[in-house]
Structures are given as structure tokens and as C-alpha cells.
Design a binder for this molecule. Sequence first.
Ligand code: ADP
Length: 452
Amino acid sequence: MRNLLVPLLLPAMGVIVVLVVLGTPGSAIAAAMVTMAGFVIAIVASRDSIQRQLQVLLRKTRGRIEGTPSGPSVAQEEDTLDEVAHLEGAIQSLHSRLTAQNAQLSQETRTLTAVLDSMIEGIWITDAQGTVVHHNDALREMLQPGSTGIVGQRPLALIRNEELNDAVIRACREGASTRLELQLEGLFPRTLAIRVTPLGKDLPGSAAVFHDVTELRRLEKVRKDFVANVSHELRTPITAIRGYSETLQSGALKDPEVAPKMVEIIHRQSERLSELVEDLLELSRLESREVKLNISHVPMAVATARAAETVRPKAAGKNIQLELHVPTDLMARGDERAVEQVLLNLLDNAVKYTPPGGRVDVFGTLEEGRCVVRVKDTGVGIEPKHLARIFERFYRVDKGRSRDMGGTGLGLSIVKHLVGAMEGEVKVESQPQVGSLFAIFLPVAAPEAASG
Ligand code: ADP
């Protein structure tokens, strides 16, 4: 506008001054009117120019925002007003700052998402109304939501639990934190420990962190059950020993009829106690992987014969026929002592749970590159419902019968651990009143090791 006004206004003002000086006011008025008209024309013309420049600036700013190139800047065009050029400069630097801030923000968001998704704990964030607005991958794994997804859902729609719902509402409305533990039923039952907290003073909403403590609680239960079982198992012989020794002390010692029987019972119970402690120690050493196995080649015929020697007197006492059918060249890869212990436990059970007059056979074969030894008896057998559990510690089909026979309930647990440690497996088939067949599968010894 300054470009148009200056050339128009200066000569017009000069003409008016000359006319006034010459004393021709009429001409001066006419000149003033001409000047005014020129002035109006100049304003209109300059308004058009500003409008045009502003339109160019608008187009270019829009192009910049949308990321499309829009040619040279307004300032490079002719007749650009300084103010428009400054405005363009300001917009440009604002745009650059915003672009840089945006890039930083999106980098931070990506980092935060990556951190949240790498966590084992599930996390959800809700808005002030308690609706989930964000969550991580672990939470999706834990909740396994249907097609509806998690974002946009209320807590009750995701986990049907009033306590959790109340905790979220309290965090949103009152800023209160809550810890709770809940059980998820369904296809994958889980125990979740949850902490719900408000987001913060200036941030409305809440956050909830979910820890999957299913395995932890299961192990705690196993430990509790184990301690209860051990105490119970130890209490029985200890009570018997204490009871009989007190009876002896209080006079029975002098009774030649009962005293030997009582001493015999005390002796038997103390043996049982020592067996229990031995088995417990063995099992705990195996579980804590303290036992270092000495892996070499094991001639299965020799190992079976040694184990059979230990149980032969007991088998003979019950008139049980014990026969071994293990080829002398059958070589397993394992720990000799461990293999013998496994076979001894299986043979001891076979003789223990077979009524007098029955038979126990041991067969050894090579099957699909594995060394297999089967211990077969014609004993009482095991009902199918117990089969999956007999390898658990202290699990006994018939507690009374097992105890009467001197069983600790730990024999098969030890078998399972030892065979597993040698990279083998143990299987069982059984039919009540017909008999049982326990089979161990071990890696076969490499030929050079076998011949060495
Ligand atoms: P236990 O010391 O009681 O024999 P085990 O761990 O060796 O403990 O065995 C667990 C349970 O499995 C036994 O109590 C018994 O009920 C059952 N069992 C094991 N072997 C046999 C078998 N050969 N015949 C029948 N039942 C068996």
C-alpha cells in the first residue's frame, strides 16, 4: 500500500498547496477531491494487493501443514508487504517448531508403547469415567478378550468382578489406590494380583497393573501340602515310638511277654522313619538339582540283576516268582546308581503290591532307538483314575495298605525325577485285580561307548 500511496499523495498535496497559495480555493477543493478519489482508489488497489498476498500466504501455509510443496515463499514475490513477509516468517518458524515437537512426541509415544508391551505385567489405563483407553500386549494375553477388544470397554465388561470395578471407580473419583487378588475362571483359570491407582492430580483417570500369580500360588500350595504331608508322615512313626517306649518305661519292660513285641514295633517304626527321611532327602536333592549324575553306559542286565537281588528275599517270603528277561547287550546311557535305584523302586512296588503266589517279570528290549525295561506284575493293579497321580509325592491309592507295607509314598516320585534327569521317561499301564506294567525308556548308549 505504501508503494501506491506515496506517488499519488505527494504530487496531489503539492497541487493543493500551490492552488491555496495562488488564491484559487475552488480549484483547491477540486484538487482535494481528486486527491481523495485517488486515495480511495489507492486503498482499494492496495486492499486487493494485501488480499492477494494473504491468499498466497494462506495457500502456502496450508500446503506446509499438509506437507505438499507450494513453490517459492510469498516474500520472494514482488510488491510483498513487509508485514506479510514477517507474518510468513513467523508462520514458518512456528511450523518448524511444531514439526520438531511432533516428531519428539511420536518418538516418546513409540518408546512408551514398546516399554509397556515388553512388560510381563498387564496394564490398562482408563479415562475419568473408568473406560479403558489404553492397554499393553500382556493384558490382551491375560484377558483373551473376544472380538470386541479391550479399548472402549468398562472394567465389568472385561472382568466380571465388582471389587475391581469399584476399585477403578474409587481411583477415578476419589484418587484412592487399591490392591486386590482375584481368580479368573474359564478355559484358562488364573490368579491375578491387581493394583489400581489414580493417574495423578492433573490427569483424570486410573491405571491398573495385573500380575499373573497363578504359578506362584500353585507352588505355595504344593509347598504347604508338602509340609503338611511330611509332618503327618513323620508324626505316625514318632507317635508310635514315643507311645511304646513310654509304655515300656512305665513297667512293660519287665513283662517278658509284651516287651519284645514292643521293642520290635519300635525298631520297625524307627526303620520307617529313617526310610522316610532318606527318601525325602533324596527327593529334595533331586528337585534342587544338587545330585550330579555320572552319565555313562549302563548294562541293563547287570543293573536289573542287582536290583532284583535286593527284593528277592521279600519275593521269596511271599512265594512270588521273580524272573528277569534282559539281554546282556542292552546298554542304556545313564547313571548306573540312578538306574539301579529306579529298577529297585519299581521291583519293590511290584513285589509289595502283588499278593502271595503271584509273579513279577522284567523284560528288556531296544525299541525305536531307546532302551526299554518293563516291570510287569500280577498284583492288585491301579484304577485308571489314580494312574495320572501316582507319580506325585505322597500320593497313594490305598494309604493304609501302602503304610502297612512300609511304603513312604515317595518311591515313584523319585523314579520320575531320576528317569527325567537321564532324559528318559516312565509310563504305566494297569488293570485292577490283574496287574501293572511300569516301563522306563532311556537313551541307548552310543556303540563306541558301549564297546568301551
Ligand atoms: P509307596 O511307597 O506308597 O509304594 P510309591 O510312590 O512307590 O509309594 O507308589 C505310589 C502308589 O502307587 C502306591 O501307594 C500304590 O498305591 C501305587 N502303586 C505303585 N506301584 C504299584 C504296583 N506295582 N501295583 C499296584 N499299585 C502300585
